[in-house]
Design a protein around this ligand. Sequence first.
Ligand SMILES: Cc1ncc(COP(=O)(O)O)c(C=O)c1O
Length: 403
Amino acid sequence: MTTTSTSALEDIQARESRHVLQTYRRAPLAFVRGKGVRLYDSEGREYLDLLSGIGVASLGHAHEGLALAIADQAKTLLHTSNLFFHPLQGQVGERLASLSGLSRVFICNSGTEAVEACLKFARRYWYTRGEPRAEIIALEESFHGRTMGALSVTSDEHYRTPFEPLLPGVRFVPVNDPAALLAAVSSNTAAIIAEPVQGEGGVRPLTQAFADAINEACAKTGALLIADEVQSGLGRTGQPFYFNALGLKPHLVSVGKALGGGVPVGAALISDEVASKISYGDHGSTYGGNLLACRAALCFLGELTEGGLIDHVRRVGRFFEQRLREVAARHAIVKDVRGAGLIWGLELSQDAAPVVPAGLAHGVVVNRTAETVVRLLPPLVITEAEAGEALDRLDAALGAIGA
Ligand SMILES: Cc1ncc(COP(=O)(O)O)c(C=O)c1O
């Protein structure tokens, strides 16, 4: 389907504009292939990818091992449903359990489904205990997904209002305000849900004081903690999960994005205590955890642990931060640099939207979130040399905006 003729992009755009529901405002370019951290568009231009499809292409593009695993699985068996056993789900469960310390996994197909599963399991936990609790405490600036449950704990009015009424019983507290959190959580609270690093909200790590308050509130009231690590988890911060860095003790953890390296797969990770309250038939998914998804997840998890990817992120992350801070210091419009490992945000004193096309013009893919933040989520396999080159391009793009 791909062509390098000058009309390739116009053809793609024209067809989409007629037949694809117009919910995405796309940049005027189409990527047609990639290799490692490099992407190539329909006109043959090359880019360094500092976004990895919003934190998904964790192993980079066209990763040899992942491509071979997927092809081999496709030639063997793709899907049989959850009516039967297959050899791979237990292996994914084992690996995620040893990485997270939460003993059980429910595999689904996306981040929002992982959040839905966590919300359902929290409700079910209290229902089984015979003291139904419906209240959920969520954070301002949060983003948890677009399905009705996940949307109900997402704070942005712009996403919520057209779809109300949403789930009742959700209260939002200001992020990193320990007193407000402690005042809000009570013995009616079923769960607190929080992203250890708020991603869409502008790359805002929770403070240690706030994490301590979450632990205190859970210990006092019995409320469960759902850590949404869809964006921040699985090595992205140089830790298996950012809840590790903060000393949080979640009962439920949602993951997605990086897990399949581009194959859609998400998962809810579940503590023994919560898992013991879940019964057959409580939740399910036709596709969830099929052989293709599990094979991709196993490939990624193998790279993450045996392949040394977490150590790699920690090392390259230090270099990335140092270079990013040097770049930031050269541009008066950059007010703040936040993040860890390979998730970074540059807070600007103005709308960050113009940085995206300027980046593309200079051959680097970045994203704008929370209006004023340039978000960077490179593939976890990026090298120091590639990071240096990409940040030079971002430097030039920021210069073009400043000018
Ligand atoms: C923290 C967090 N949770 C949930 C989601 C939803 O994931 P998905 O888009 O795969 O449904 C996202 C997506 O950006 C996210 O960042």
